[in-house]
Design a binder for this molecule. Structure first.
Ligand code: ADE
Ligand code: ZN
Length: 377
């Protein structure tokens, strides 16, 4: 068997948009196209944008998000949320999200948002969810993408139980789970126990932002107090791991996450932008993947972090010298961890993911036999 290209050589050899991808952590209000923000602002008469030029607007969002802390990273959302206050705007943003997924080669996507922020124009939270679901449903049909919607409660607010009840009301229409988002430091997940218990009692699914802007306590509370089935980010779990004589020793929390196969939704560029990590190269994703944690890559906020799935995977491939088999493994991990029903996950794995990875692997193998990669290996 000829060795296939890895790392930077793999990035050079393959258009990563061709990889079948699974995205489980993306915020609807962080995913807008700059041009759409400008158009919706003009339609709504919203004068708060610094510029109406989409290129300048994109650069402004990226600059604002790269100030090295989560509270400032989140400031840009005031503008995207301001232009998402009508059913038409919400449906458009959701539909365009699915179109963007198709362009990026994503075959299954879960997107999340907090409906409570979209009632300034007079909509009820149920109206808001209905509009987003309509856009996702139409996009899913138009582009052949499978999707799920996650509703967020905000950790600095007192209405998480209402958000949980809203998620449960829409569970048969495409809402697949419940999340806790927003500034992490000073807002422990344990304060929202009532909401999480309501979700648990209804046998529904929970993911929680934890270990992004706060440490192990937040991850521990998310898992052991609030019953999270997945972790959003989980980056600081690395604080419970120690290298001794070249061997990694795990503390009890990291050991639990590894042994129980707790899925970790990792986001490289967003973590660099919020200061959770100094650089992509220093991100613990590579270590977690090597040690067998159930980790996979996500975009978090494609607008603010100027990213897409193809880019996140290419960055990880270069930084951690990944091969196609690593990418396949993390993609299967993501699909197994999705909040879609078991039957859909199995179908996606067998109909969409495995056959496409097999084709790409065969293609790379044929090209390796032809000697194409001799100089790059
Ligand atoms: N909302 C949007 N992006 C977020 C992030 N990275 N952390 C918490 N809440 C968010
Ligand atoms: Zn997030």
């Amino acid at each position: 068997m000829l060795p296939l290209p890895k790392g930077a050589a793999l990035v050079a050899a393959l258009d990563f948009r061709r990889l079948p991808k699974v995205l489980l952590h993306e915020h609807l209000d962080g995913t807008l196209r700059p041009g759409t923000v400008a158009e919706l602002a003009a339609e709504a008469g919203y004068a708060g944008l610094p510029t109406a030029d989409p290129t300048e607007l994109a650069a402004w969002f990226h600059r604002g998000a790269q100030r090295g802390n989560l509270p400032e990273y989140l400031e840009g959302f005031a503008h995207t949320i301001a232009v998402m206050q009508t059913p038409e705007a919400l449906e458009r943003v959701a539909w365009e999200f699915i179109e963007d997924m198709a362009r990026d080669g994503v075959v299954y996507a879960e997107v999340r948002f907090a409906p409570v922020f979209h009632t300034a124009g007079g909509l009820t939270q149920d109206d808001v969810v209905a509009a987003v679901l309509a856009g996702l449903r139409r996009g899913g049909r138009d582009f052949g993408i499978e999707w799920g919607l996650i509703l967020c409660a905000m950790r600095d607010r007192n209405d998480s139980l209402e958000a949980a009840e809203l998620a449960l009301r829409w569970r048969d229409e495409g809402v697949v789970g419940f999340d806790l988002a927003g500034g992490e430091a000073g807002h422990p997940p344990k304060r929202h126990l009532e909401a999480f218990h309501a979700i648990q009692r209804a046998n529904f699914s929970i993911t929680i932002h934890a270990g992004e802007a706060y440490g192990l306590e937040s991850i521990w509370q998310a898992l052991q107090w609030c019953g999270a089935h997945r972790l959003g980010h989980g980056t600081r779990l690395v604080d419970d791991m120690n290298e001794v004589d070249g061997e990694w020793r795990l503390g009890r929390l990291a050991r639990y996450v590894l042994d129980q196969r707790v899925p970790i939704e990792m986001c490289l560029l967003s973590n660099v932008h919020t200061g959770a990590c100094a650089s992509v190269e220093e991100h613990p994703f590579g270590l977690f993947h090597r040690l067998g944690f159930r980790v996979f890559l996500n975009t978090d906020d494609r607008l603010m972090s100027d990213t897409e799935m193809s880019r996140e995977i290419a960055l990880a491939t270069t930084a951690f010298d990944l091969g196609l088999d690593d990418i396949e493994q993390m993609t299967l991990s993501a699909m197994k961890s999705a909040f879609a029903c078991h039957e859909k996950r199995v179908e996606m794995i067998h109909r969409r993911l495995l056959p496409t990875f097999a084709l790409l692997s065969a293609e790379l193998t044929a090209r390796a036999f032809s000697g194409e990669f001799d100089s790059s290996l």
